[in-house]
Design a protein around this ligand. Structure first.
Ligand code: NAP
Ligand code: GCO
Length: 266
């Protein structure tokens, strides 16, 4: 057994949409294990904020504006990273949005935008890196799925459809490219405290907790929201040689939500 199996020294990791939130948490962890980091955002100003945030952690991250739904921007991004670092070993498809609208009230445009970013984006980014991973004889793709890859709930039809599709895209990349020593797995975070879920945790006018906040805590055996830091160990595992025979797997990091029917009435 190689005791350095979790090391990422010499590796180059691209984490999409990693200016803040879960992507920033994962990229920072991969950097601490030795990886060089490349990340993108749609917005130059936010990208620069992200570069500074990495610098504050002592991480010299390569950042470039790139919308994951735009094939030309993705190709330019990949070319820029390979020009700078020579290769991409790890892709984390993290960029994503959610729109919380009852399905019958949701416009086709809104539905399509969520699918475009959360499902087509990972397709575009994976397609852009797989050829070079085949050439180099190895690669790791980690798709950030969700509880909604398995469960539905009111108002998140587009998001659940996208994340359910992302689970199957993960399995298909595994099936099609596992022969080239490319491992494609997913991380399914539970409810994580980031800007994306801030609306679900906002204090009410009377200072009480948001009903959804209390609901999630009651549905989570760990009795708390997760943090991006909770995802760092699982991401390191799936990005490293420690997971070279793990493929097509969705690793749920949810504090036990998926295992739990919910607190019985007192
Ligand atoms: P977040 O705080 O909203 O961050 C999302 C990131 O994605 C932002 O940096 C955003 O950049 C970027 N992004 C959005 N659309 C993009 C595009 N078209 N091209 C490039 N970047 C884009 O979300 P988060 O909570 O960190 O979630 C990150 C991922 O985890 C998402 O895929 C989400 O679905 C998933 N997830 C989250 C939770 C949770 O509870 N938070 C749980 C399970 C899964 P901008 O600044 O440009 O918007
Ligand atoms: C929601 C939340 C969730 C989380 C996450 C759970 O509105 O239900 O945003 O979807 O983001 O995906 O795993």
């Amino acid at each position: 057994m190689d005791k350095n199996m979790f090391s990422l020294e010499g590796k180059v990791a691209w984490v999409t949409g990693a200016t803040y939130g879960i992507g920033f948490g994962i990229a920072s962890a991969l950097a601490k294990m030795g990886a060089k980091i490349a990340f993108n955002d749609r917005n130059q100003e936010k990208l620069e904020q992200g570069i500074n945030s990495y610098k504050e952690l002592g991480i010299e991250a390569f950042g470039k504006v790139c919308d994951v739904t735009k094939e030309n921007e993705v190709k330019e991004f990949v070319d820029a990273v390979i020009e700078k670092y020579g290769h991409i070993d790890i892709l984390v498809n993290n960029a994503g949005i959610i729109k919380r609208i009852p399905m019958v009230d949701m416009s086709c445009e809104d539905f399509r935008q969520v699918i475009d970013i959360d499902l087509v984006g990972p397709f575009i980014c994976s397609k852009a890196v797989i050829p070079s991973m085949i050439k180099q004889g190895h690669g790791k793709i980690i798709n950030i799925c969700s509880m909604m890859s398995e469960l539905g709930r009111e108002t998140v039809s587009a998001y659940a459809a996208a994340k359910g599709g992302l689970k199957m895209l993960t399995r298909n990349i595994c099936s099609e490219y596992g022969q080239y020593n490319i491992q494609c797995n997913g991380i399914g975070p539970g409810y994580i405290a980031t800007p994306q879920t801030a609306p679900l945790r906002e204090r009410q006018a009377d200072g009480s907790r948001h009903p959804f906040d209390a609901f999630i805590v009651s549905k989570t055996p760990a009795n708390r929201w997760g943090t991006p830091e909770d995802l760092q160990g699982p991401a390191i595992f799936l990005a490293s040689d420690a997971s070279n025979f793990v493929n097509g797997h969705i690793l749920y990091v949810d504090g036990g939500i998926l295992a739990y029917i919910g607190k019985q009435p007192q």
